[in-house]
Design a protein around this ligand. Structure first.
Ligand SMILES: Cc1cc2nc3c(=O)[nH]c(=O)nc-3n(C[C@H](O)[C@H](O)[C@H](O)COP(=O)(O)OP(=O)(O)OC[C@H]3O[C@@H](n4cnc5c(N)ncnc54)[C@H](O)[C@@H]3O)c2cc1C
Length: 404
């Protein structure tokens, strides 16, 4: 069978794959970009509620989870949020900061996909969709260069460099597969167990019974995943954002953030009144210390239905000063042990992935197999909610695109 030759083959035409392809193409490399889906950038289209939160102004290595917290630094410094903004502005895409440094398109995520398609076109990238990758292998020493053969449903392709940009396991109906992980293992790479992250949490049965009829109720909290015992070397960060009660558990940005740090069997804790004393009015001279007044005080910080439910779920209503102090403390430490997350079907990202210990942080090249690169979500670098995951996809892609 006829083998077609390229300098670089990029597997996966998502955020990272497209960015890497045109970065390499601009350098005069002959690039083939392959995806098994019918079109490129499908996850970008559904991202950020259809408006794509394409970067975060405050991106730092601290906003990422990885077995090596320093790994992302080099790539993030090479391609910064300012570089992404310059690219977005070059294409005349209007955007706005929604909150906490999160930049969204004013109209549609399609703009970002069009940007990437145009850049790929201008850089001479050959893009092929609907191509099933069957296998990628390294040639043996006796075979002539180039190093890699990629066998696909559209025939065999050969290249000096292969870039794996096939993403994580989240949202299988958007084309997610375990291909990248399997290929990495085939080449001797270590995998940090992939797990659902930025995912809603599911209540244990008794909590579901107690809270889930309030589905749709939302309020601000400070949330944190708590380690059981003192086994964790580092305390997980806190997130001050909205919590949403769902028909199965809790969601909303605060919960998605802590889900990435949560481990099965461990508790999550919510401060329902961050930085506020709520029940002080009950302690005032002549104040009526009763359930009606408790609910009235709770309504200052919680939606009515949640305030009423919270009051009825307190173990015993003890109106002494000490009892009121205990109720105040409980409000700042609502502690739940979730039964699980909603899993990959609902998770925005996959934490874990290709172990960074076996990758070069400046180029994303495998330390085991020269010429093989891993970028984007398939790597064990996972961002917080808020544009960090795309910034990692762009930055890791540019690092590899400049090296292949
Ligand atoms: C609902 C949702 C909303 C999100 N919103 C945001 C947001 O607003 N901001 C943000 O920063 N992040 C967001 N994310 C996360 C972000 O989309 C991902 O982190 C990012 O897309 C990862 O880029 P990637 O290129 O590594 O992988 P992907 O974008 O997943 O691309 C991987 C590509 O590889 C292809 N592929 C997979 N397997 C194969 C195979 N075997 N053969 C060929 N091709 C294959 C897939 O079809 C896909 O096109 C969101 C995620 C979801 C699910």
């Amino acid at each position: 069978m006829n083998v077609r030759y390229y300098d670089v083959i990029v597997l996966g035409a998502g955020a990272a794959g497209m960015m890497c392809a045109f970065e390499a193409g601009r350098r005069g490399r002959r690039v083939l970009l392959l995806d098994h889906g019918e079109r490129v950038g499908r996850k970008i289209l559904i991202s950020g509620g259809g408006r794509c939160n394409f970067t975060n102004l405050h991106t730092r290595a601290e906003n990422f989870l990885s077995a090596n917290p320093h790994f992302a630094k080099s790539a993030l410094a090479r391609f910064t949020p300012a570089d992404m903004i310059a690219l977005v502005e070059k294409h005349g895409i209007r955007y706005h900061e929604k909150t906490l440094g999160q930049l969204f398109c004013d109209d549609s995520a399609q703009r970002i996909v069009t940007l990437l398609e145009r850049e790929c076109g201008e850089a001479g990238v050959e893009t092929r969709c609907g191509v099933k990758v069957i296998k990628a292998r390294q040639k043996n020493a006796a075979e002539a260069a180039p190093k890699f053969i990629v066998e696909t449903s559209a025939g065999d392709f050969a290249a000096e460099s292969v870039v794996i940009a096939t993403g994580g396991l989240s949202i299988p109906k958007m084309g997610a597969t375990s291909f990248g992980y399997e290929l990495a293992q085939q080449f001797g790479h270590t995998l940090i167990e992939p797990r659902a992250a930025l995912a809603p949490l599911v209540f244990a049965p008794e909590d579901r019974e107690r809270w889930c009829d309030l589905s749709g109720v939302s309020f601000e909290v400070v949330a944190r995943a708590e380690a059981k015992g003192k086994t964790r070397t580092k305390v997980a960060p806190e997130f001050r954002e909205k919590l949403l009660i769902t028909h199965r558990g809790v969601s909303g940005p605060a919960v998605l953030q802590v889900s990435s740090y949560w481990k099965p069997g461990e508790p999550v804790r919510f401060d329902l009144a961050p930085g506020r004393e709520v029940l002080g009015s009950l302690l005032e001279k002549n104040a009526r210390r009763d359930a009606a007044n408790l609910v009235a005080a709770l309504r200052a910080i919680l939606p009515s239905r949640m305030a009423e439910r919270w009051a009825t779920t307190q173990p015993t209503l003890d109106w002494t000063n000490a009892g009121i102090a205990r109720m105040e403390a409980a409000l700042h430490a609502w502690t739940l042990v979730p039964a699980g997350t909603e899993g990959f079907a609902k998770a925005e990202v996959t934490a874990g992935g290709i172990d960074t210990a076996e990758l070069d942080a400046r180029t994303m090249e495998s330390r085991r197999v020269p010429g093989l690169y891993f970028i984007g979500e398939v790597v064990d670098v996972t961002g917080w909610l808020g544009g960090y995951n795309f910034q990692w996809a762009w930055a890791s892609a540019v690092s590899a695109g400049q090296a292949v």
